[in-house]
Write a protein that binds this ligand. Structure first.
Ligand code: NAG
Length: 392
Protein backbone atom coordinates (compact mmCIF):
# COMPACT_ATOMS: atom_id res chain seq x y z
CA UNK A 1 0.00 0.00 0.00
CA UNK A 2 2.70 2.42 1.06
CA UNK A 3 4.82 1.28 -1.88
CA UNK A 4 2.12 2.01 -4.35
CA UNK A 5 1.45 5.38 -2.78
CA UNK A 6 5.11 6.22 -3.06
CA UNK A 7 5.14 5.06 -6.64
CA UNK A 8 2.13 7.16 -7.35
CA UNK A 9 3.70 10.25 -5.79
CA UNK A 10 6.94 9.77 -7.65
CA UNK A 11 5.08 9.31 -10.88
CA UNK A 12 2.96 12.32 -10.13
CA UNK A 13 6.01 14.52 -9.53
CA UNK A 14 7.68 13.36 -12.72
CA UNK A 15 4.48 13.95 -14.61
CA UNK A 16 4.17 17.41 -13.12
CA UNK A 17 7.77 18.29 -13.93
CA UNK A 18 7.38 17.05 -17.45
CA UNK A 19 4.36 19.15 -18.14
CA UNK A 20 5.63 22.29 -16.50
CA UNK A 21 9.05 22.24 -18.11
CA UNK A 22 8.85 20.43 -21.42
CA UNK A 23 5.33 20.87 -22.69
CA UNK A 24 5.02 24.02 -24.79
CA UNK A 25 2.79 26.74 -23.47
CA UNK A 26 -0.13 26.77 -25.85
CA UNK A 27 -3.26 28.72 -25.12
CA UNK A 28 -6.48 26.70 -25.13
CA UNK A 29 -9.51 28.88 -25.77
CA UNK A 30 -12.04 26.07 -25.40
CA UNK A 31 -11.68 24.52 -21.96
CA UNK A 32 -14.94 22.54 -21.76
CA UNK A 33 -16.78 20.40 -24.29
CA UNK A 34 -20.09 22.28 -24.41
CA UNK A 35 -20.06 25.94 -25.33
CA UNK A 36 -22.63 28.27 -26.83
CA UNK A 37 -22.82 30.98 -29.46
CA UNK A 38 -24.35 34.23 -28.36
CA UNK A 39 -25.68 35.64 -31.62
CA UNK A 40 -27.25 39.05 -31.17
CA UNK A 41 -28.94 39.96 -34.46
CA UNK A 42 -32.22 40.60 -32.67
CA UNK A 43 -34.06 43.50 -31.07
CA UNK A 44 -35.93 41.47 -28.48
CA UNK A 45 -33.37 39.43 -26.54
CA UNK A 46 -32.38 39.85 -22.86
CA UNK A 47 -29.64 42.31 -21.90
CA UNK A 48 -25.99 41.16 -21.79
CA UNK A 49 -26.16 41.33 -17.96
CA UNK A 50 -29.11 38.95 -17.92
CA UNK A 51 -27.36 36.67 -20.38
CA UNK A 52 -24.23 36.58 -18.22
CA UNK A 53 -26.37 35.64 -15.21
CA UNK A 54 -28.20 32.88 -17.00
CA UNK A 55 -25.02 31.40 -18.50
CA UNK A 56 -23.40 31.25 -15.09
CA UNK A 57 -26.49 29.71 -13.53
CA UNK A 58 -26.46 27.10 -16.26
CA UNK A 59 -22.73 26.51 -15.84
CA UNK A 60 -22.00 27.21 -19.48
CA UNK A 61 -18.54 28.74 -19.36
CA UNK A 62 -17.45 28.86 -22.99
CA UNK A 63 -19.14 31.51 -25.11
CA UNK A 64 -18.61 32.97 -28.57
CA UNK A 65 -19.85 36.30 -29.89
CA UNK A 66 -19.60 37.52 -33.48
CA UNK A 67 -18.08 40.91 -32.73
CA UNK A 68 -16.47 42.58 -29.76
CA UNK A 69 -19.50 44.49 -28.52
CA UNK A 70 -18.42 46.56 -25.56
CA UNK A 71 -21.69 46.23 -23.67
CA UNK A 72 -21.25 42.43 -23.74
CA UNK A 73 -17.58 42.54 -22.77
CA UNK A 74 -18.44 44.91 -19.92
CA UNK A 75 -21.32 42.72 -18.71
CA UNK A 76 -19.12 39.61 -18.76
CA UNK A 77 -16.42 41.25 -16.66
CA UNK A 78 -15.78 39.43 -13.41
CA UNK A 79 -18.13 36.60 -14.31
CA UNK A 80 -15.48 34.01 -15.12
CA UNK A 81 -17.17 33.37 -18.46
CA UNK A 82 -14.58 32.58 -21.11
CA UNK A 83 -15.39 34.44 -24.25
CA UNK A 84 -14.14 34.28 -27.82
CA UNK A 85 -14.70 37.56 -29.63
CA UNK A 86 -15.05 37.91 -33.38
CA UNK A 87 -13.35 40.25 -35.76
CA UNK A 88 -16.18 40.69 -38.27
CA UNK A 89 -15.60 39.94 -41.96
CA UNK A 90 -16.04 43.62 -42.78
CA UNK A 91 -12.71 44.35 -41.07
CA UNK A 92 -10.65 41.52 -42.54
CA UNK A 93 -9.23 43.43 -45.54
CA UNK A 94 -8.36 46.48 -43.49
CA UNK A 95 -6.62 44.42 -40.79
CA UNK A 96 -4.69 42.58 -43.45
CA UNK A 97 -3.58 45.77 -45.20
CA UNK A 98 -2.40 47.64 -42.14
CA UNK A 99 -0.84 46.11 -39.05
CA UNK A 100 -1.29 49.27 -37.02
CA UNK A 101 -5.04 49.05 -37.55
CA UNK A 102 -4.96 45.50 -36.25
CA UNK A 103 -3.02 46.72 -33.22
CA UNK A 104 -5.58 49.46 -32.55
CA UNK A 105 -8.45 47.00 -32.86
CA UNK A 106 -6.82 44.56 -30.45
CA UNK A 107 -6.02 47.29 -27.91
CA UNK A 108 -9.49 48.76 -28.02
CA UNK A 109 -11.53 45.54 -28.12
CA UNK A 110 -9.42 42.98 -26.30
CA UNK A 111 -6.56 44.36 -24.24
CA UNK A 112 -8.65 47.10 -22.58
CA UNK A 113 -11.07 44.47 -21.20
CA UNK A 114 -8.42 42.10 -19.86
CA UNK A 115 -8.08 40.61 -17.34
CA UNK A 116 -11.54 41.47 -15.89
CA UNK A 117 -13.28 40.00 -18.90
CA UNK A 118 -11.78 36.65 -19.79
CA UNK A 119 -11.31 37.06 -23.52
CA UNK A 120 -9.64 33.78 -24.43
CA UNK A 121 -9.78 33.97 -28.19
CA UNK A 122 -10.24 36.08 -31.30
CA UNK A 123 -11.97 34.54 -34.30
CA UNK A 124 -10.67 36.49 -37.30
CA UNK A 125 -13.48 36.49 -39.86
CA UNK A 126 -16.21 33.87 -40.11
CA UNK A 127 -16.57 31.41 -43.00
CA UNK A 128 -14.35 33.53 -45.24
CA UNK A 129 -12.79 30.77 -47.38
CA UNK A 130 -15.36 29.12 -49.62
CA UNK A 131 -17.55 32.24 -49.35
CA UNK A 132 -18.40 34.73 -52.07
CA UNK A 133 -15.71 37.41 -51.56
CA UNK A 134 -12.51 36.17 -53.23
CA UNK A 135 -10.59 39.29 -52.31
CA UNK A 136 -11.24 38.44 -48.68
CA UNK A 137 -9.89 34.90 -49.21
CA UNK A 138 -6.60 36.53 -50.12
CA UNK A 139 -6.70 38.91 -47.14
CA UNK A 140 -7.54 36.37 -44.45
CA UNK A 141 -4.03 35.11 -43.64
CA UNK A 142 -2.66 38.66 -43.53
CA UNK A 143 -5.38 39.67 -41.08
CA UNK A 144 -4.75 36.58 -38.94
CA UNK A 145 -1.01 37.33 -38.86
CA UNK A 146 -1.46 41.00 -38.04
CA UNK A 147 -3.89 40.25 -35.24
CA UNK A 148 -1.57 37.56 -33.89
CA UNK A 149 1.48 39.87 -34.09
CA UNK A 150 -0.43 42.53 -32.18
CA UNK A 151 -1.39 40.02 -29.50
CA UNK A 152 2.20 38.91 -29.30
CA UNK A 153 3.58 42.45 -29.01
CA UNK A 154 1.12 43.10 -26.20
CA UNK A 155 2.42 39.98 -24.46
CA UNK A 156 -1.00 38.30 -24.62
CA UNK A 157 -0.14 35.35 -26.87
CA UNK A 158 -0.37 32.90 -23.98
CA UNK A 159 -3.85 34.16 -23.04
CA UNK A 160 -5.66 34.83 -26.29
CA UNK A 161 -5.90 32.23 -29.06
CA UNK A 162 -6.26 33.31 -32.68
CA UNK A 163 -8.49 31.24 -34.97
CA UNK A 164 -10.90 31.49 -37.89
CA UNK A 165 -14.02 29.37 -38.40
CA UNK A 166 -14.75 27.57 -41.65
CA UNK A 167 -17.99 26.37 -43.16
CA UNK A 168 -18.27 23.02 -44.87
CA UNK A 169 -18.03 24.87 -48.18
CA UNK A 170 -14.23 24.48 -47.96
CA UNK A 171 -14.54 20.72 -48.51
CA UNK A 172 -14.86 18.50 -51.53
CA UNK A 173 -16.07 14.89 -51.49
CA UNK A 174 -17.03 14.55 -47.87
CA UNK A 175 -18.61 11.12 -48.30
CA UNK A 176 -17.35 8.74 -47.09
CA UNK A 177 -15.50 10.80 -44.45
CA UNK A 178 -12.05 9.43 -45.33
CA UNK A 179 -12.33 10.76 -48.91
CA UNK A 180 -12.71 14.37 -47.82
CA UNK A 181 -10.25 16.92 -49.18
CA UNK A 182 -10.15 20.70 -49.43
CA UNK A 183 -11.60 22.18 -52.61
CA UNK A 184 -8.93 22.97 -55.16
CA UNK A 185 -9.52 26.72 -55.19
CA UNK A 186 -9.70 26.87 -51.39
CA UNK A 187 -6.58 24.76 -50.82
CA UNK A 188 -4.11 27.40 -52.03
CA UNK A 189 -5.38 29.78 -49.34
CA UNK A 190 -6.07 27.12 -46.75
CA UNK A 191 -2.62 25.51 -46.67
CA UNK A 192 -0.60 28.61 -45.72
CA UNK A 193 -3.27 29.44 -43.16
CA UNK A 194 -3.00 25.97 -41.64
CA UNK A 195 0.78 26.25 -41.62
CA UNK A 196 0.51 29.40 -39.56
CA UNK A 197 -2.08 27.90 -37.19
CA UNK A 198 0.10 24.82 -36.75
CA UNK A 199 2.99 27.10 -35.73
CA UNK A 200 0.95 28.96 -33.12
CA UNK A 201 -0.92 25.88 -31.89
CA UNK A 202 -4.41 26.88 -33.01
CA UNK A 203 -7.09 24.32 -33.88
CA UNK A 204 -9.15 23.94 -37.06
CA UNK A 205 -12.53 25.53 -36.36
CA UNK A 206 -15.51 24.11 -38.20
CA UNK A 207 -19.13 25.16 -38.39
CA UNK A 208 -20.88 21.83 -38.94
CA UNK A 209 -24.58 21.42 -39.58
CA UNK A 210 -26.04 17.95 -40.11
CA UNK A 211 -29.28 19.94 -40.50
CA UNK A 212 -27.97 21.57 -43.70
CA UNK A 213 -26.41 18.37 -45.00
CA UNK A 214 -29.69 16.54 -44.52
CA UNK A 215 -31.70 19.29 -46.21
CA UNK A 216 -29.30 19.24 -49.14
CA UNK A 217 -29.96 15.56 -49.83
CA UNK A 218 -33.07 14.29 -48.04
CA UNK A 219 -33.54 11.47 -50.57
CA UNK A 220 -30.30 9.77 -49.65
CA UNK A 221 -29.77 10.70 -46.03
CA UNK A 222 -31.69 9.12 -43.19
CA UNK A 223 -32.75 11.98 -40.96
CA UNK A 224 -32.37 9.77 -37.90
CA UNK A 225 -28.66 9.52 -38.69
CA UNK A 226 -28.43 13.33 -38.61
CA UNK A 227 -30.40 13.43 -35.34
CA UNK A 228 -28.18 10.92 -33.47
CA UNK A 229 -31.06 8.42 -33.46
CA UNK A 230 -30.64 4.72 -33.95
CA UNK A 231 -29.88 3.73 -37.56
CA UNK A 232 -27.62 1.31 -39.41
CA UNK A 233 -25.17 4.18 -39.67
CA UNK A 234 -22.54 4.22 -42.38
CA UNK A 235 -19.37 2.26 -42.97
CA UNK A 236 -16.28 3.90 -44.36
CA UNK A 237 -14.80 1.17 -46.50
CA UNK A 238 -11.37 2.80 -46.74
CA UNK A 239 -10.83 3.05 -42.97
CA UNK A 240 -13.19 0.27 -41.91
CA UNK A 241 -14.70 2.70 -39.45
CA UNK A 242 -18.37 2.78 -38.57
CA UNK A 243 -20.35 5.97 -38.02
CA UNK A 244 -23.59 6.03 -36.08
CA UNK A 245 -24.21 9.75 -36.39
CA UNK A 246 -23.52 12.43 -38.96
CA UNK A 247 -21.73 14.94 -36.75
CA UNK A 248 -18.96 12.46 -35.97
CA UNK A 249 -18.68 11.74 -39.69
CA UNK A 250 -18.46 15.46 -40.49
CA UNK A 251 -15.68 15.93 -37.93
CA UNK A 252 -13.73 12.97 -39.28
CA UNK A 253 -14.18 14.30 -42.81
CA UNK A 254 -12.42 17.46 -41.60
CA UNK A 255 -9.65 15.36 -40.03
CA UNK A 256 -9.26 13.50 -43.32
CA UNK A 257 -8.94 16.77 -45.28
CA UNK A 258 -6.40 18.07 -42.77
CA UNK A 259 -4.40 14.88 -43.02
CA UNK A 260 -4.49 15.04 -46.80
CA UNK A 261 -3.17 18.62 -46.62
CA UNK A 262 -0.33 17.53 -44.32
CA UNK A 263 -1.76 18.55 -40.95
CA UNK A 264 -2.49 15.25 -39.32
CA UNK A 265 -1.95 16.53 -35.80
CA UNK A 266 -4.24 19.55 -35.91
CA UNK A 267 -7.29 19.38 -33.65
CA UNK A 268 -10.78 20.01 -35.02
CA UNK A 269 -13.24 21.88 -32.85
CA UNK A 270 -16.85 22.65 -33.74
CA UNK A 271 -17.48 26.37 -33.47
CA UNK A 272 -21.14 26.10 -34.52
CA UNK A 273 -23.69 23.35 -34.71
CA UNK A 274 -27.43 23.34 -34.21
CA UNK A 275 -30.83 22.62 -35.68
CA UNK A 276 -33.60 25.08 -36.57
CA UNK A 277 -36.97 24.68 -34.86
CA UNK A 278 -38.93 26.45 -37.59
CA UNK A 279 -38.46 26.97 -41.30
CA UNK A 280 -40.08 27.83 -44.62
CA UNK A 281 -42.25 25.38 -46.54
CA UNK A 282 -39.16 23.99 -48.27
CA UNK A 283 -37.38 23.47 -44.96
CA UNK A 284 -39.47 20.60 -43.71
CA UNK A 285 -36.76 19.28 -41.38
CA UNK A 286 -36.88 22.49 -39.33
CA UNK A 287 -39.37 21.43 -36.69
CA UNK A 288 -39.56 21.83 -32.96
CA UNK A 289 -39.42 18.08 -32.60
CA UNK A 290 -36.24 17.68 -34.64
CA UNK A 291 -34.51 20.65 -33.02
CA UNK A 292 -35.29 19.20 -29.60
CA UNK A 293 -34.03 15.77 -30.61
CA UNK A 294 -30.82 17.10 -32.14
CA UNK A 295 -29.95 19.36 -29.21
CA UNK A 296 -30.88 16.77 -26.62
CA UNK A 297 -28.76 14.06 -28.26
CA UNK A 298 -25.90 16.44 -29.03
CA UNK A 299 -25.76 17.36 -25.37
CA UNK A 300 -25.53 13.67 -24.47
CA UNK A 301 -22.87 13.09 -27.14
CA UNK A 302 -20.67 15.91 -25.81
CA UNK A 303 -21.14 14.87 -22.19
CA UNK A 304 -19.52 11.53 -23.03
CA UNK A 305 -16.25 13.40 -23.58
CA UNK A 306 -15.27 11.00 -26.30
CA UNK A 307 -13.41 11.35 -29.56
CA UNK A 308 -14.53 10.29 -33.01
CA UNK A 309 -13.96 6.94 -34.76
CA UNK A 310 -10.92 8.34 -36.60
CA UNK A 311 -9.53 10.34 -33.66
CA UNK A 312 -10.69 8.49 -30.53
CA UNK A 313 -8.37 10.51 -28.30
CA UNK A 314 -9.50 13.96 -29.44
CA UNK A 315 -12.55 14.69 -27.31
CA UNK A 316 -15.30 16.33 -29.36
CA UNK A 317 -15.91 19.95 -28.35
CA UNK A 318 -18.70 22.06 -29.75
CA UNK A 319 -20.27 25.47 -29.37
CA UNK A 320 -24.02 25.20 -29.87
CA UNK A 321 -25.70 27.60 -32.23
CA UNK A 322 -27.29 29.47 -30.54
CA UNK A 323 -28.68 30.82 -27.28
CA UNK A 324 -31.55 32.78 -28.78
CA UNK A 325 -33.65 32.93 -31.88
CA UNK A 326 -32.52 36.01 -33.81
CA UNK A 327 -35.47 37.84 -35.29
CA UNK A 328 -33.49 40.28 -37.43
CA UNK A 329 -31.38 37.74 -39.33
CA UNK A 330 -31.90 37.78 -43.09
CA UNK A 331 -32.40 34.66 -45.19
CA UNK A 332 -34.75 31.70 -44.88
CA UNK A 333 -36.98 31.38 -41.80
CA UNK A 334 -34.73 28.66 -40.34
CA UNK A 335 -31.94 31.25 -39.93
CA UNK A 336 -34.02 33.08 -37.35
CA UNK A 337 -34.93 29.95 -35.40
CA UNK A 338 -31.80 28.22 -34.19
CA UNK A 339 -32.20 29.37 -30.59
CA UNK A 340 -32.48 27.05 -27.64
CA UNK A 341 -34.50 29.86 -26.12
CA UNK A 342 -37.11 32.25 -27.31
CA UNK A 343 -36.45 35.95 -26.84
CA UNK A 344 -38.57 36.06 -23.68
CA UNK A 345 -36.36 33.37 -22.17
CA UNK A 346 -38.81 30.52 -22.53
CA UNK A 347 -37.34 27.40 -24.02
CA UNK A 348 -37.89 27.30 -27.79
CA UNK A 349 -39.12 23.72 -27.56
CA UNK A 350 -40.36 21.58 -24.72
CA UNK A 351 -37.73 19.02 -23.88
CA UNK A 352 -40.00 16.95 -21.71
CA UNK A 353 -39.01 17.82 -18.15
CA UNK A 354 -41.28 19.71 -15.81
CA UNK A 355 -39.62 18.89 -12.51
CA UNK A 356 -38.80 22.32 -11.09
CA UNK A 357 -41.27 23.71 -8.58
CA UNK A 358 -42.34 27.31 -8.41
CA UNK A 359 -40.91 27.62 -4.89
CA UNK A 360 -37.42 27.25 -6.30
CA UNK A 361 -38.21 30.15 -8.58
CA UNK A 362 -39.14 32.23 -5.53
CA UNK A 363 -35.94 31.48 -3.68
CA UNK A 364 -33.84 31.99 -6.79
CA UNK A 365 -35.49 35.34 -7.22
CA UNK A 366 -34.63 36.28 -3.64
CA UNK A 367 -31.05 35.15 -4.02
CA UNK A 368 -30.46 37.01 -7.21
CA UNK A 369 -32.79 39.94 -6.62
CA UNK A 370 -33.19 39.87 -10.33
CA UNK A 371 -36.07 40.41 -12.72
CA UNK A 372 -38.65 37.65 -13.17
CA UNK A 373 -37.59 37.64 -16.77
CA UNK A 374 -34.04 36.59 -15.91
CA UNK A 375 -35.34 33.96 -13.50
CA UNK A 376 -37.51 32.50 -16.20
CA UNK A 377 -34.54 32.26 -18.51
CA UNK A 378 -32.41 30.66 -15.80
CA UNK A 379 -35.05 28.09 -14.90
CA UNK A 380 -35.31 26.99 -18.48
CA UNK A 381 -31.57 26.63 -18.76
CA UNK A 382 -31.54 24.61 -15.55
CA UNK A 383 -34.12 22.26 -16.99
CA UNK A 384 -31.99 21.88 -20.07
CA UNK A 385 -28.98 21.16 -17.89
CA UNK A 386 -30.85 18.57 -15.83
CA UNK A 387 -30.80 16.38 -18.91
CA UNK A 388 -27.10 16.06 -18.56
CA UNK A 389 -27.32 14.62 -15.07
CA UNK A 390 -30.20 12.36 -15.87
CA UNK A 391 -28.30 10.86 -18.70
CA UNK A 392 -25.07 10.08 -16.96
C1 NAG B 1 -1.61 52.37 -41.55
O1 NAG B 1 -2.50 53.19 -40.82
C2 NAG B 1 -1.86 54.25 -40.18
C3 NAG B 1 -2.88 54.95 -39.29
O2 NAG B 1 -4.13 55.02 -39.91
C4 NAG B 1 -1.23 55.19 -41.23
O3 NAG B 1 -0.59 56.26 -40.61
C5 NAG B 1 -0.26 54.38 -42.07
O4 NAG B 1 0.24 55.17 -43.11
C6 NAG B 1 -0.92 53.14 -42.64
N1 NAG B 1 0.08 52.30 -43.28
C7 NAG B 1 -0.10 51.76 -44.46
C8 NAG B 1 0.99 50.86 -44.94
O5 NAG B 1 -1.10 51.96 -45.16
Amino acid sequence: MRESLRFFLRFHILFFLFFTTIAPKVVQAFTGTYGINYGRIADNIPSPEEVATLLRAAKIKNVRIYDADHSVLQAFSGTGLEIVVGLPNGYVKEMSANESHAMSWVKENVQSFLPGTKIVGIAVGNEVLGGGDYEMWGALLGAVKNVYNSIKKLDLADKVQITTAHSQAVFDKSYPPSSCIFKDDVAQYMKPLLEFFAQIGSPFCLNAYPFLAYMGDPENIDMNYALFLSTQGIDDSKTNLHYDNMLDAQIDAAYAALEDAGFKKMEVIITETGWASRGDDNEAAATVDNARTYNYNLRKRLAKKKGTPLRPKSVVKAYIFAIFNENLKPGPTSERNFGLFKPDGSIAYDIGYHGLKSSSADSLQKVLGSSPHAIYVILNLLIFWALDFLNR
